[in-house]
Design a protein around this ligand. Structure first.
Ligand SMILES: [Ca+2]
Length: 501
């Protein structure tokens, strides 16, 4: 009995000391905000015509990354990658149906890591992909069930008096109704996030808030459409296909063509393009306003001083540029994503950085900022040096990839794209043989819109080879699965393989 009392006393003392230690080192909270299909078309990214006052104020108090890149321009692979800290080649997720736990059931996701370290991990809205995966979302990641995270994007029609849902096969790609924010999912997600902050304010939390917009359909409330004069929205530029770009870089804009009233093939009429570009901007401003509500509550509760805020777009987007609509390519517009990070005590706030970053870097960044050791080797690099000094660099290149066919099941072509300081180099590799089928090189110093593929030009031979060597070195560091399939005689060898652009 006496021994039990002594053990109890020692246990109680240890518990008290542990609590004191925790009290002395308050944990930073994380507010992780994801937007869907949001490209860098924001006022804070240099387009003052786009109304994004709330994202702009987040940028003003944090660090804006002008050159952050997704790992694959598609929801499921991109999100599986940044939520696990692994490249698509290591999650095995390239399409819209495979779940990252299929190949690695015990993988520890970003919110799960925080949950294991004493945080309340709460997921509201679309953080993981929203459809056709098993399990739905990722229940293991969170301390409580996820909400407003699952379903077809077409189901997000106004929940308001006088409106009835349009059947999916009759649904147009845009909607402009005079309804409240809460009539749509993102308004309800913002309200739920505000409520969650009130509940979580006294404990360490990782709050994931995922907005469904500006993903198709562009069904923002009318007041956000009214922010824009359609006559002043410019047409896509460049509208044409890049000179000398290979056919394999193309896709058929199938996501948009699936909506009612949209051309099923060929070019899109100018009036349709204008309406779509208006709707996309309205949807961006709708998301911006919802982000503002969450940031306001963070300030009101006095949490901003102890909360890291990270806002990210899961992939870029084309709105008629290069003849394309949607994501699914390796062009800069698809690969480049908004990334804003604000940390308590932010150094040099409001100074943007052009240092290269990848979404696979988010996991190690948040882990380091919160003093949590990641469970295993990750593919990314912490961006903390850049948060402290916008002139610092952590990478010489960023890697984005996309397969063909776009609904990749393990056979076909994989396009690997390297963004370096000045160039984008893309190499389309046969997954079975490892041979280069086609390649592209864009000179961003003279051609930031990627209008001319320089891969076949004599003046760019040295840069072409330099980028091929960089990619070969990347494959040494992170061996891609295709090397397992490729025969030894046809291993990737940029010096001997043909390089027809
Ligand atoms: Ca997306």
């Amino acid at each position: 009995m006496r021994k039990d009392v002594a053990s109890f006393a020692v246990g109680a003392l240890l518990l008290l000391l542990a609590r004191l230690a925790i009290a002395e080192t308050p944990k930073l909270n994380v507010l992780f905000i994801a937007a869907d299909d949001l490209r860098c078309d924001l006022a804070c990214y240099g387009n003052p015509e786009v109304k994004t006052p709330n994202l702009d104020r987040l940028a003003a108090r944090g660090r804006l990354f002008t050159r952050a890149y997704c790992q694959q321009a598609l929801c499921n692979p991109s999100r599986a990658s940044f939520m696990t800290g692994l490249r698509p080649d290591h999650t095995g997720v390239y399409n819209l149906t495979d779940h990252f736990r299929k190949e690695q059931p015990d993988i520890i996701t970003l919110p799960e890591l925080f949950k294991q370290n004493g945080y309340e991990a709460v997921g509201i809205g679309k953080i993981y992909h929203n459809l056709n995966t098993v399990p739905a979302g990722d229940p293991v990641s969170w301390s409580r069930p996820q909400i407003l995270f699952w379903g077809n994007h077409r189901m997000d029609q106004p929940q308001a008096t006088g409106y009835t849902n349009v059947p999916f096969d009759r649904l147009p790609p845009t909607q402009c109704y005079d309804v409240s924010d809460e009539a749509y999912l993102d308004g309800r997600i913002a309200a739920a996030a505000v409520q969650a902050l009130r509940e979580l304010k006294d404990k360490p939390f990782f709050l994931g808030v995922g907005f469904w917009k500006p993903h198709l359909p562009y069904n923002a409330p009318k007041k956000y459409w009214d922010l824009y004069d359609p006559a002043k929205i410019p047409p896509p530029s460049p509208a044409g296909w890049p000179l000398g770009a290979p056919e394999i870089a193309k896709h058929d804009s199938s996501e948009l063509r699936g909506y009612f009233g949209v051309s099923k093939q060929g070019n899109f009429p100018a009036a349709d393009i204008a309406r779509l570009r208006h709707g996309y901007l309205a949807a961006i401003s709708f998301v911006d306003a919802q982000v503002g509500k969450v940031l306001d509550e963070l300030d009101r509760l006095g949490l901003a001083e102890k909360t890291i805020v990270m806002l990210v777009g899961d992939n870029g987007y084309e709105l008629g540029e290069h003849t394309l609509f949607g994501k699914l390519s390796n062009f800069e517009l698809d690969a480049n994503v908004p990334l804003l990070i604000a940390v308590p005590g932010q150094r040099a706030p409001g100074i943007s950085t052009s240092s290269l970053a990848e979404l696979v870097d988010l996991y190690p960044t948040l882990a380091e900022l919160c003093g949590i050791k990641p469970p295993r080797a990750l593919d990314g690099t912490s961006l903390r040096p850049i948060l402290e000094n916008p002139a610092r660099k952590v990478s010489d290149y960023a890697v984005t990839q996309h397969p063909r066919p776009v609904d990749f099941k393990g056979t076909g072509i994989m396009g690997y794209s390297l963004r370096t300081e000045r160039y984008r180099y893309t190499e389309w590799l046969n997954w079975q043989t490892g041979e280069i089928e086609a390649c592209e090189l864009y000179d961003h110093a003279n051609d930031p819109d990627e209008t001319v593929n320089r891969a076949g030009e004599k003046d760019f031979t040295d840069e072409l080879h330099r980028h091929q060597q960089l990619l070969a070195a990347e494959f040494q560091r992170h061996p891609p699965p295709w090397q397992k399939h490729a025969s030894s005689a046809a291993q990737h060898n940029p010096q001997t393989n043909s390089i027809s652009p």
